[in-house]
Every structure is written in C-alpha cells, then in structure tokens.
Design a protein around this ligand. Sequence first.
Ligand SMILES: Nc1ncnc2c1ncn2[C@@H]1O[C@H](COP(=O)(O)OP(=O)(O)OP(=O)(O)O)[C@@H](O)[C@H]1O
Ligand SMILES: [Mg+2]
Length: 238
Amino acid sequence: MTSIHQPSIIALSGVEKVYRTDKLETQALTNISVSIAAGEFVSIMGPSGSGKSTLLNILGLLDVPSRGSVTLHGKNVESFKDNELAAIRNQEIGFIFQSFHLVNDLRVVDNVEIPLLYRKGLSGSERRKMALEALDMVGLTSRTKHFPSQLSGGQQQRVAIARAIVGKPRLLLADEPTGNLDSKMGDEIMSILHTLNTTHHATIAMVTHDDRLAAATDRTIRVFDGSIVGNSVLSSTH
Ligand SMILES: Nc1ncnc2c1ncn2[C@@H]1O[C@H](COP(=O)(O)OP(=O)(O)OP(=O)(O)O)[C@@H](O)[C@H]1O
Ligand SMILES: [Mg+2]
C-alpha cells in the first residue's frame, strides 16, 4: 500500500554509525537520511556488510546512531526517557529476524505471548486470546501446542511473525525474513506481510536479497558501503 502522502512514522537524518572495538573502527553507516511513511511497505537491499541490519536496528530503536537524529512520529527519540523508549519498542515496533529466535522449550502459543508479558494490565486469558488471534492470522491455529523444533522452517518463521504482531505494532521490521526458507515458504511469508500491510495497516521495512520480493514492495532503499545509493518506487501494482 503506497502512502507517500502520509506523515512519516520514522525518519533518520544525517545518521552515522561507527562500531568501535579495541583495535578496530568500522564505519557501518555514513550520513543516512531516510524516512518511512505510515502505511508503506519498504524493502532494503544491498551487498553483505553494506549496513542493512545496522540501518534496520536503528529504525527499530534497538541501536542508537553515533551521530544524527532519529525521529519517531515527529519526535526526536533522544527526548524519550529509557522507560518510554522501552514501552515504545514493546508496543509500537515488531521485529522479525532471519533466524527465528524462538524459545525452544516454550510451546508455540507461549512464544507468541512473550512480548505481552511486558505489558501492564493484561490478564493471562487476554494474553492467550491475543496470541491465538495472531497465530490465526499466520495460519497456525493447529500448531499452538507444538514446540518450535516440531515445526518446519516456514512454520517457525510464521510463529516469529505472530510474536512480532501480537501486540499490534504499527511498525514491523524484518531482517531477511525469508533468508532461511525455500522460495515456496518465502512466498507464504511475503503474502502474510502483504496482508498485514494492506489489511492491518502495518508499516513494514524488510531487508531482502531477493529482487523479486523487493519488486513487490512499494519502494526499495538501496544501501552500498554504508550509504543510500538508491531510493526508488519500483511498483505499485500489487
Ligand atoms: N557489533 C558490531 N561490531 C563491529 N562491527 C560491526 C558490528 N555489527 C556490524 N558491524 C560491521 O558493520 C558493517 C555493516 O554490518 P551489517 O550487519 O549492518 O551489514 P548487512 O548489510 O546487514 O550485511 P548482511 O547482508 O551480511 O547481513 C559490517 O562491516 C560489519 O562488519
Ligand atoms: Mg544483515
């Protein structure tokens, strides 16, 4: 769903990221300015090591830039207190990773409930209801009592998506969500992301190496060596 005229949900301005260790300094991002509008489905592409995950982590407020500003709903995130930031991360942002990061000794439904444990004022039965709704959305109602190891890769990723969306975040960030999946399972995941974008109005930024998947998003941000080298609207036909 292209929403160019919507206000930006998140914007980076002049963002730099330098990783420093004892001996090494890596400039991961250089002067990145980019904004994502509410309702957009954006893909992020670029070679390995170009800074895509670093960019996504900063967009998801999981990491802070070394320089430059991050604005969420028009407000500089530096002005948020730590507890406000934690609440925003928990309530407004969902993350999906390439490796699913499920807790192996928890059943599927309990994995999905995890983000809700940090929410005040939700009873156990409300949490369960929300988790089952999220699992329904990704087509996994028949697997709620299974353990992650009893599921296929695609099913595990769908559990991870259910966990990312259970708290109804407005911004969904996905780092190569189909990277560990064959193309059929990858297509299923993409179709779920498209439904979340079009029917549930989630704003999505997704890192991918797959041109075909990127072409199905509203816009592709191309990263090379820590800089944005392209920012194009590719398609609006889905
Ligand atoms: N925690 C870290 N400490 C030091 N350097 C890091 C750290 N994380 C990333 N880097 C460096 O920053 C650069 C960008 O890394 P990043 O993970 O963002 O790349 P990427 O585009 O996601 O690559 P890939 O496609 O392989 O996942 C790389 O040169 C990487 O080595
Ligand atoms: Mg990466």
